[in-house]
Write a protein that binds this ligand. Sequence first.
Ligand SMILES: NC(=O)c1ccc[n+]([C@@H]2O[C@H](COP(=O)([O-])OP(=O)(O)OC[C@H]3O[C@@H](n4cnc5c(N)ncnc54)[C@H](OP(=O)(O)O)[C@@H]3O)[C@@H](O)[C@H]2O)c1
Length: 321
Amino acid sequence: MTGFCVLGCGTMGKALLTGIFDSVAENGVPTDVPFAVPDKYFACVKFAKEVEDGQRLLGGRAEFVQHSGNVRAAEQSQYVLLACKPQVASEVLGVAGMREALKGKLVLSILAGKTIDQLQSMVDESTRVVRIMPNTASRIRESMSVICAGPRATPTDVEFAEWVFSGIGRTMQLDERLIDAATALCGSGPAFVATMIEAMTDGGIMMGIPFRQAQELAAQTMVGTAKMVISGQHPAMIRNDVSIPLAVPSVVCWRLKTANSVVPLLAVSRRPRSGHLVWASKRPGLFCPFGKIAQEACMFHRRWHQLPLGHHPFSLSLACR
Ligand SMILES: NC(=O)c1ccc[n+]([C@@H]2O[C@H](COP(=O)([O-])OP(=O)(O)OC[C@H]3O[C@@H](n4cnc5c(N)ncnc54)[C@H](OP(=O)(O)O)[C@@H]3O)[C@@H](O)[C@H]2O)c1
């Protein structure tokens, strides 16, 4: 038996297991790989209710166990995915018998902010660690996961991590010194993109488009643009394709390019008949000094109001500081 155990099978753990099961159902068990493919899955959670819910969700394809069974599950597994919250990692790995259970095994960690060194210090030196930063789009198998191999990890370990995480989206290998940046970019990225979709949706609503339609227009525009970039088109070319001098996209793009960072979003919508700009939304991002943004937004509003915008009904601006 080749066991795969998820220590802390919450949102991400379930998404990953679902990804593996779906990928095996679609493509079959891979045969031309250098690692042993798991054939038994354990999912460890804290509360009894989660055991029942998880069992129902995954239809018996993984054995759900409560935390008192963590060590037993790890003992029966060749691979362990650490997916609890980072703050309980030392408790989960420090429990009696866990160090022994993980000896000589591969630990895949998705804990935000826990370095390979920190993780390595919590386990035996024979335990190999690979650190991964996926994102929440794992749930629909559209994650962008960054993989960093620890010093003891073998190329086969990395291939195994690639197999697991390619089940839930795309993967990329990066040096660990870049993982915090990657965490901000693609780990937290869905929050930024969702905020932009909300802002665009709000702008649509301000112009009279019903919520559902506005949200679909905004989201599909985002998907289409992202796919053009992934297929090789440069963002500048895409921008140029929709921008003519002094039209709204040009002005907004100029504003974006002169901004200093990319965290907060401000959507502005212009009602052609009343001829004035309306703030569709002001949404501070994670590190947003909101007062400054609002102040800047007001200045922008005034300047914008004087521009010969013609009949352009709507625009979106990312105002950044
Ligand atoms: N969410 C994201 O978008 C995202 C993106 C990248 C990385 N991550 C990382 O992924 C990890 C998990 O995040 P999440 O959003 O999936 O969190 P979550 O839904 O809260 O999952 C954590 C799981 O750990 C379980 N747990 C807690 N103590 C335990 C113990 N002693 N033994 C066994 N299981 C235990 C919890 O069980 P109960 O449900 O029974 O309490 C829960 O199922 C975090 O470290 C986070 O940094 C998350």
